[in-house]
Design a protein around this ligand. Structure first.
Ligand code: SF4
Length: 221
């Protein structure tokens, strides 16, 4: 069942089966900003997907290359798509009283409310770090120098003509690595925070990008 498929459910209220929470975790929207500024949601429980990364579309039920960035609640374990806040034994949400907007409007028997807002007003780093702040500027520099979309284009080129983009890919990965390392050395930031500021290292995106490319040979970043 994808969130967009209502044919499988005839119920009219939530029975707290936990099925939705096991399928995927919610993306955050601007309406959820207070959960972060009020420290209800900590960075260690969030995952940043940058523009151009492959990510599961909860409505379509298939991976897409993101047209804009997305901040999500993390999955329970690596390779698991369920939400980290779902108690696997009781099916209870551990943050039910302040769950994100997508969770509060989701009705598995009626996906329309989620479909209507799913792509709209996604929370981004620009909502969290004030414009002109040091972090905002560093994020802009990193996005300009290390765009995921460029890595994807290079991987496509290398796949189509082996050897033609290898050096450029290595240069891009090296810049991304040194950027993160310099930031860590200068600020002493924890790895979890660095992942939230700059997303996953480009070298860790090669596999998911290649997997996406194989499944979608015509897909564009
Ligand atoms: S935050 Fe709570 S309601 Fe939302 S997906 Fe996670 S466990 Fe389910």
């Amino acid at each position: 069942m994808e969130y967009g498929n209502k044919s499988e459910h005839t119920r009219t209220k939530c029975i707290k089966c936990g099925d939705c929470c096991r399928k995927n975790s919610p993306a955050l929207h601007q309406a959820d900003l207070a959960l972060i500024t009020g420290k209800r949601l900590e960075r260690k429980n969030l995952l940043l997907f940058r523009r151009g990364e492959p990510a599961m579309d909860n409505v379509m039920g298939s991976p897409v290359l993101l047209a804009g960035e997305m901040i999500k609640i993390k999955s329970a374990t690596a390779g698991h798509v369920g939400c980290v806040f779902l108690d696997q034994q009781s099916n209870h949400c551990n943050i039910y009283g302040y769950r994100p907007m997508e969770c509060s409007i989701l009705e598995c028997w009626n996906p329309e409310p989620l479909i209507n807002c799913y792509q709209k007003n996604r929370l981004t780093r620009a909502d969290i770090f004030p414009r002109g702040s040091a972090m905002d500027e560093l994020i802009s520099i990193h996005e300009e120098k290390c765009p995921v979309t460029e890595l994807y284009s290079m991987l496509q080129q290398e796949t189509n003509a082996p050897g033609t983009a290898r050096e450029d890919i290595n240069r891009l990965l090296a810049f991304d690595d040194s950027f993160r390392q310099n930031f860590q050395e200068k600020t002493g930031a924890h790895e979890e925070d660095i992942l939230f500021y700059f997303g996953r290292p480009l070298k860790d995106l090669i596999r998911p990008l290649m997997d996406f490319m194989k499944l979608n040979p015509d897909g564009n970043a």
